[in-house]
Design a binder for this molecule. Structure first.
Ligand code: GLY
Length: 401
């Protein structure tokens, strides 16, 4: 749709890549070994979610993370050419397909685009996959309210929209590009613009939840669900926002999104609480929690590996959409994150961790759920970041428009 000059340049290999093909291939080869162990632990009708206390925990297809395991299998099939991984992914697509009718969740981008979207990209089989994706996109926009100008995230609250929802917009822009109705693209753009207006603070940190009045679009409250407190910067939310606006720039060519992504990146990368290894705390405000915080006693120092995985993938892409020192800085930060994630204590020893690649992620501390565990989406975005880096090494663009 748009030709992005910087992206075109990435067809030639850049000369500032510090990670070698040998390093990247080794991480991806290890990921293949681990996912084959994981595959043995997953019941036929389920998708892997985490591994806790020596037990594999799976989900049904309606859970928001159901698309990540097939997506990881597909990236690793692309890396290795191992047809067994494609067969495993397709067996999960069979049970996942029914979610294209699910109007009860905003997570259809995660669920259907990471899975069916990647399958279509890899196989080119529009005859099989296009209708599934377009049906899913139609289900997703059933949650759009033109008065609020955003897609509803959860039930409950009044009309809650969470920053995570930025991640579902690529599904919509791509649905239009696949030949679907232009309304999908338009809704994605409108949602992204509403989020810029209402989710972000002047320092470019994001609230987790903005709750709206669906009758007039006014704001009922700005809150957190998974962060330390309403005004804190929940780490994964900042990562979803960065990834979301980098992606929206790639999808639309609108400079506003690139400028916004750069500002979010500055908030994250220059944060005084960003650890030296660039694997963030679960909340950027966690280390400074006052003693009366319910999380101060136990959770001041938990890292969230899933945040680092999402950031690494987003920053690799941002480095291809920017120039000069700016681009070099984003790339160097992504490289540091990938190096940290590819070693202890974050990368699990082969054969351990229930077959998940990474450990030490956090689902939700306020819900006392999935604390210091592996998570399927931490692995997915880590693999995606490695695959994107592999494309940089090959001098190929990350995305073809
Ligand atoms: N979208 C849910 C999460 O990031 O935990």
């Amino acid at each position: 749709m748009f030709s992005l000059a910087c992206q075109d340049q990435s067809k030639e290999q850049r000369d500032d890549l510090k990670l070698s093909a040998k390093f990247i291939d080794k991480q991806l080869d290890d990921a293949v070994s681990q996912i084959k162990i994981l595959a043995k632990n997953v019941p036929e009708d389920s998708l892997p979610r985490t591994f806790q206390g020596d037990a594999s925990i799976s989900s049904n297809t309606a859970w928001w993370t159901s698309g990540f395991y097939p997506g990881s299998l597909l990236y690793l099939y692309e890396h290795s050419g191992d047809e067994g991984l494609l067969t495993l992914a397709k067996s999960k697509l069979t049970i996942l397909e029914k979610e294209k009718h699910n109007k009860g969740t905003h997570d259809l981008g995660f669920m259907l685009y990471c899975s069916f979207g990647n399958t279509l990209r890899i196989t080119g089989d529009t005859a099989t996959y296009k209708d599934i994706l377009l049906t899913g996109a139609e289900s997703l926009i059933s949650r759009y309210n033109p008065t609020v100008k955003a897609i509803r995230s959860w039930e409950g609250w009044t009309y809650p929209v969470i920053i995570d929802n930025m991640m579902n917009l690529e599904f919509l822009t791509q649905a239009t590009k696949l030949g679907g109705d232009p309304k999908y693209y338009d809704i994605a753009v409108t949602h992204a613009n509403t989020t810029i207006k209402n989710h972000y603070r002047p320092d470019y940190s994001s609230y987790h939840v903005v709750d709206y009045n669906p009758e007039d679009g006014s704001i009922v409250g700005k809150k957190t669900a998974q962060g330390a407190f309403d005004e804190s910067a929940w780490a994964r939310g900042q990562a979803w926002g960065l990834y979301g606006y980098v992606m929206m720039y790639r999808e639309t060519g609108d400079q506003t999104y690139l400028d916004f992504a750069k500002n979010i990146a500055a908030f994250i990368l220059n944060h005084p609480n960003m650890p030296e290894d660039l694997v963030p705390y679960w909340d950027f405000n966690a280390p400074d929690l006052p003693d009366d915080s319910p999380y101060a006693a136990d959770y001041k120092t938990n890292r969230d590996v899933s945040t680092a995985s999402i950031l690494a993938s987003a920053l690799v892409e941002l480095s291809t959409l920017t120039d000069g020192e700016e681009s070099a800085n984003y790339l160097a930060k992504a490289e540091k994150m990938l190096q940290s994630l590819s070693a202890a204590p974050y990368k699990a020893d082969l054969g351990t961790n229930g077959g998940f690649i990474l450990q030490r992620s956090v689902g939700s501390i306020p819900h006392n759920s999935e604390i210091d565990v592996p998570l399927t989406y931490a692995d997915y975005y880590y693999i995606e970041a490695l695959m994107r880096y592999k494309l940089l090494l090959a001098g190929e663009p990350l995305h073809r428009q």
